[in-house]
Design a protein around this ligand. Sequence first.
Ligand code: URA
Length: 226
Amino acid sequence: MQNSYKRVDAHLSSLGYCSRSEIKKFLKMFSVCIDGQRIFDGSIKAHHNQITVENEALDPQTLTLLMNKPSSYVCSHSDNGKLIYSLLPMRYQRRNPQISTIGRLDADTTGAILLTDDGEINHRLTSPKSSVKKIYEVTLAEPLKGDESTIFASGELLLRGEKKPLLAAKMEVTTPTLVKLEICEGRYHQVKRMFGAVGNRVVALHRVSFGDFKIDDLAFGEYKIV
Ligand code: URA
């Protein structure tokens, strides 16, 4: 797939620059070159790295982004609410294959989320075997009782409606209502359900890191190519 050889209109449409039907207009309006030579015919074939648009190299053929997800955005593609994808430039939104989140965060959860159009990476990082480490900052409604970290570390906690206990999770206490939780699974509403299982309630949830990817200085809604 890297540096594939195909028609310029196919490159530009799959990368979201314009649709196949818009290509004529696009090539008139913008300087698209192959090896520095301007072209007006979208059917010409070229390698990805031979093509420039307005003297800029094309966007990468596969794109993976790390975003600091703001609250109230959803990771789904089909929802009436605000979609996380609307925070991306239109060109990224129009890519085909489309960009999707790697796993999901709840609408009210903030922090580290990867987005990619690379199906192989997405599958690898979301497969039940992947065991990517995720670290969450969890704000609780009630002060800790004291036995939570032992329960979470036991590898025996069974969530309601499930048959398989959770893998051991590591909890670090910051204050009686603020903890860091490290988990390596991604079950549905896992963190909220874990604290529900020990008689507490999560009032704010922020993912600090997903595997080696840390939010660091990204503001809410910002992203970077990784
Ligand atoms: N666990 C949750 O409960 N919600 C999230 O968004 C992520 C992990």
